[in-house]
Design a binder for this molecule. Structure first.
Ligand code: SAH
Length: 260
């Protein structure tokens, strides 16, 4: 099939940011304005309600691969398709799902999708929005761990937490717990308590940049599993992370004393 340039479909995998429209990039705003269709998990689709020019295709959270195939199929028919993620699409979100589907394509799908212009457009991820609200808890080396065990064994999660703590990384935890995994975050907390001193700062940032945002900073000794839910990103300081006024920050150097 010979597709002219004008009819060429696109798939823009975009990050909407953490919630507040002011934290959405102009690039993503322009892609939304130019699109014909949007795919995504229900709550992300809801953020585009009222944009009459868009055909909305909402789906459940566990249907990422079907959603990616459907979006590619529609783009192959010449539509300008958006794939929505909250935050950044490359952080525990749809961008990798799209590439998983492209990699596993049958010869027939490969031929159909070859003409689709696929592009990933970044957004402000929850961890960075939360860190800015808190101060600068990720101001030195840090890592970022998805606590969901849907796609990886619980033992791998625990090992990563322990090794990151031993290497004195600050950490950000996504998906700390959900109804189907109430015990997940309790295990993560226990691993931290085994590896770190009780004064270690741990920050619970819920619904960052949304009207009901809450920030809660406690010591590891005072942290309990129910402080996190699926709308919370958890930031664990390194051994030097401290409070200055109402802010939490991690110094850039080990020249400063611990908990000074
Ligand atoms: N792609 C998204 C992450 C999706 S995973 C991003 O880059 O932000 C979903 C997890 O992200 C949630 O369980 C929570 O841990 C975190 N999250 C997303 N938005 C958030 C917000 N506004 N406030 C706090 N945590 C958020």
């Amino acid at each position: 099939m010979n597709i002219s340039a004008a009819a060429r479909g696109s798939l823009r995998v975009v990050g909407l940011g953490p919630g507040d429209d002011a934290l959405m990039t102009d690039q993503v705003r322009a892609s939304i304005a130019a699109a014909t269709d949007a795919f995504g998990y229900f709550p992300y689709i809801e953020r585009l309600q009222g944009l009459g020019h868009l055909q909305l295709h909402a789906s459940d959270n566990r249907e990422e691969l079907d959603r990616a195939r459907a979006a590619l199929d529609l783009a192959a028919r010449g539509r300008q398709v958006l794939m929505l993620s909250s935050g950044d699409p490359g952080v525990f979100a749809m961008a990798s799902a799209v590439f998983e589907v492209l990699e596993a394509a049958t010869p027939e799908q490969q031929q159909r999708w070859a003409a689709v212009d696929v592009e990933v457009q970044p957004g402000i991820t929850a961890m960075l929005a939360a860190a800015a609200r808190l101060g600068a808890p990720l101001g030195h080396d840090f890592c970022c761990i998805n606590l969901s065990d849907n796609l990886k064994p619980a033992a791998v999660i625990e090992l990563r937490i322990r090794l990151a703590a031993q290497a004195d990384f600050a950490m950000a935890f996504y998906n700390p717990c959900s109804k189907s995994r109430p015990e997940g975050f309790a295990r993560a907390l226990q691993a931290l308590k085994d590896e770190c001193e009780p004064e270690r700062l741990i920050c619970f940032a819920r619904n960052v940049s949304r009207p009901d945002e809450t920030l809660n900073v406690v010591t590891l000794a005072a942290a309990t599993p129910e402080m996190a839910d699926m709308r919370t990103v958890v930031i664990v300081g390194n051994s030097l992370t401290r409070q200055v006024g109402r802010h939490v920050y991690t110094p850039r150097s080990y020249g400063l004393p611990a908990h000074g």
